[in-house]
Design a binder for this molecule. Structure first.
Ligand code: MG
Length: 344
């Protein structure tokens, strides 16, 4: 009996010691996970291929001589290329190709096109015929970035602190920007607004292994209710739940989304709903939105609420002023800067 007891004690001691050893080994991994910060999602060195490219066909293409490519990182050394005549238009997609980078060279091939990027130049040709094209990286100069708050505007964030918001626990200020971290809540402005002009700048994390709504995902809400979607939808279609959409209500006129890691802007003009004295709704809210200087919604009527679930979408418009909300979405590491609002 005594021998059995001591054998059991030994086993228990071994289990405890083993557990402690495993915990000690896991600790650096857990801490490293916790320590994932801005540099993991906003690398100082730009991906050499990802982004917009523009150029011209070299001959014979007098109908549409412009040619563009959007290259999206989809994994380690893996990329998708979207070929179209022009950027920032509803220009038909000519081809979508998958490619892999090797020794600094990225190649895409399908039955119609052969495309190669080497030393910062993209060259391509059709499999048949003599037509070829070449392209260089294209960076959009967004003149709205850094736009100063006009007279009568309230500055909600200018790089310093979270005073204008509630819900900032766990958010961090990194490189003069507010950043979402895991476990955080939405930021809500302390002041509430009805009709207003809002400026906000945002940056999306580089998460090549994620897809769709699992990439950098957030949103900016007017009157606490109406969301302009924020999502890394660079190079995608630009549908009603992607960047620039009035969420599930209206797709942007064009997909003006820039690659992750680049600062982008929204300039929003919001008119709240109107009601008669007896409380009857007389006019729905309306919104005009510019993304990176492109008009993506022109005086769009908000015929329902921009919610995920239909039950919420069908609620009547709010009658009271509401906050500006910057959506956390928890683990998406989205950044915001230069936020101001001018009540109208
Ligand atoms: Mg959202």
């Amino acid at each position: 009996m005594k021998a059995l007891f001591s054998s059991r004690s030994r086993t228990a001691a071994l289990i405890i010691v083993g557990g402690l050893v495993i915990l000690a080994l896991l600790c650096p991994v857990l801490l490293a996970r916790e320590a994932r910060r801005a540099a993991d999602f906003y690398p100082a060195e730009k991906d050499p291929f990802m982004g917009n490219w523009t150029g011209r066909w070299t001959d014979d293409e007098d109908v549409d001589p412009d040619i563009s490519a959007q290259i999206i990182a989809t994994g380690r050394n893996q990329y998708t290329l979207r070929l179209a005549s022009r950027l920032f238009m509803r220009s038909p997609v000519l081809a979508t190709l998958e490619g892999r980078a090797k020794n600094g060279v990225l190649e895409f091939t399908d039955k119609n096109y052969r495309i190669k990027i080497e030393d910062g130049i993209l060259t391509g040709r059709r499999s048949s015929g003599s037509s070829s094209f070449s392209m260089k990286p294209y960076t959009l100069e967004v003149s709205a970035l850094g736009k100063p708050a006009p007279e009568g505007a309230e500055v909600l964030f200018d790089g310093i602190g979270f005073d204008a918001f509630t819900g900032a626990d766990g958010w961090e200020i990194v490189d003069d920007a507010m950043m979402v971290l895991p476990g955080t809540d939405d930021l809500e402005s302390r002041n509430h607004y009805l009709d207003a002009q809002l400026h906000v700048e945002f940056r999306l994390p580089f998460q090549p292994k994620e897809r769709g709504q699992s990439r950098g995902n957030s949103g900016v809400f007017l009157q606490g209710t109406y969301e302009v979607q924020i999502l890394d939808s660079f190079g995608l279609e630009g549908t009603y739940d992607e960047c620039g959409a009035l969420y599930k209500l209206s797709a942007p006129q064009i997909n003006a989304c820039l690659p992750p890691g680049e600062w982008q802007s929204y300039d929003i003009h919001f008119t709240a709903a109107r009601f008669a004295e007896d409380g009857t709704l007389t006019a729905n809210p309306r919104m005009t939105v510019y993304q990176n200087g492109f008009l993506i919604h022109n005086d769009q009527e908000l015929t329902w609420i921009t919610a995920w679930k239909e039950k919420e979408r069908l609620q009547p418009p709010p009658t009271e002023a509401g906050p500006v909300i910057l959506q956390s979405h928890r683990s998406h590491y989205v950044q915001f800067r230069n936020v101001w609002i001018k009540p109208l």
